[in-house]
Design a protein around this ligand. Structure first.
Ligand code: TMP
Length: 213
C-alpha cells in the first residue's frame, strides 16, 4: 500500500498544466495509487463560482486584497471539502494550481507581501502544503501566446490574468523558480517546451524520482 500524497501542478498561463493532470492521475493509478484530479481556483461548487468571478472581465474587476481573499476562500472550501477528505481515505490528490499560484500571482505579480500571503494561508487554510509541487517551466512569451489562442478558440471568459503584460508573467515565472530553489525537496522543475508527450514523460520521470528518494 502506498501512502496517499498531495501533488500540485504549477506554471505560468499556457504552460500546459491542465493537459498534464490527466496523465499524472493515469500514471499514479497505474502504479497502484487511487487518485483524484482537481483544480484551483475551483474544485468545489462554491469554489467554481468564485473562479468564474475571479477570472472573467478586465484586470480592474477586483481590488488586489479582494482577489487574494477570494482565492483563499476558494482554497478553504477546496482543502476542507475535497483535499483533506480524499487524503484521509487514502486517495492521492493532483491539483491544477494551489498556494504556489497565490505566492506567484498575488505576491510576485501584484506585489503583495509574501509573508502576508503565507500567514493568511496558515491562519485560514491551515498548515496544508503539497508533498510535491511540479512546476512546468516555460518562456512567458510562448505561454501567453498559447493561452490567449486557447481562450479565444474556445470562447472562454477566463482571460483576466492574460490581459496583464509580459513583465507580470516574467515575475510569475521567476517566483516559481525561486519557490523551488528555496524548498527543493518539495519541488520539481520540468521543462515545458516540447510536445505534450515529451513533457508528460518528463513529468512522470520527476514523479518517479521523487517516489524513489
Ligand atoms: P488556469 O486554471 O486556467 O490556470 O487559470 C487560473 C488563473 O488564476 C491563472 O491565470 C492564475 C490565476 N490564479 C491566481 O492568480 N492565484 C491563485 O491563487 C490561483 C489558484 C490562480
Amino acid at each position: 500500500m502506498h501512502e496517499a500524497a498531495f501533488y500540485a501542478v504549477e506554471g505560468i498561463d499556457g504552460s500546459g498544466k491542465s493537459g498534464m493532470v490527466a496523465g499524472i492521475v493515469a500514471h499514479l493509478e497505474r502504479t497502484g495509487r487511487p487518485t483524484i484530479a482537481t483544480r484551483e481556483p475551483g474544485g468545489t461548487p462554491q469554489g467554481e463560482k468564485l473562479r468564474a468571478l475571479l477570472l472573467a472581465g478586465t484586470d480592474d474587476a477586483w481590488d488586489q486584497q479582494s482577489e487574494l481573499l477570494m482565492m483563499t476562500a476558494a482554497r478553504v472550501e477546496h482543502v476542507q471539502r475535497v483535499i483533506l477528505p480524499a487524503l484521509a481515505r487514502g486517495t492521492s490528490v493532483v491539483s491544477d494550481r494551489y498556494v504556489g499560484s497565490t505566492i506567484a500571482y498575488q505576491g510576485a505579480g501584484r506585489g503583495m507581501p509574501e509573508d502576508y500571503i503565507r500567514r493568511l494561508h496558515r491562519d485560514a487554510v491551515g498548515d496544508v502544503w503539497p508533498d510535491l509541487v511540479l512546476i512546468l517551466d516555460l518562456d512567458p512569451e510562448i505561454g501567453l501566446a498559447r493561452s490567449k489562442k486557447r481562450l479565444s478558440a474556445d470562447a472562454i471568459d477566463e482571460g483576466r490574468f492574460e490581459t496583464l503584460d509580459l513583465d507580470f508573467h516574467h515575475r510569475i515565472r521567476r517566483s516559481y523558480l525561486d519557490q523551488a530553489a528555496r524548498d527543493p525537496e518539495r519541488h520539481a522543475i520540468v521543462d515545458a517546451l516540447g510536445t505534450p508527450e515529451e513533457v508528460r514523460a518528463r513529468v512522470i520521470a520527476a514523479i518517479d524520482a521523487w517516489h524513489a528518494h
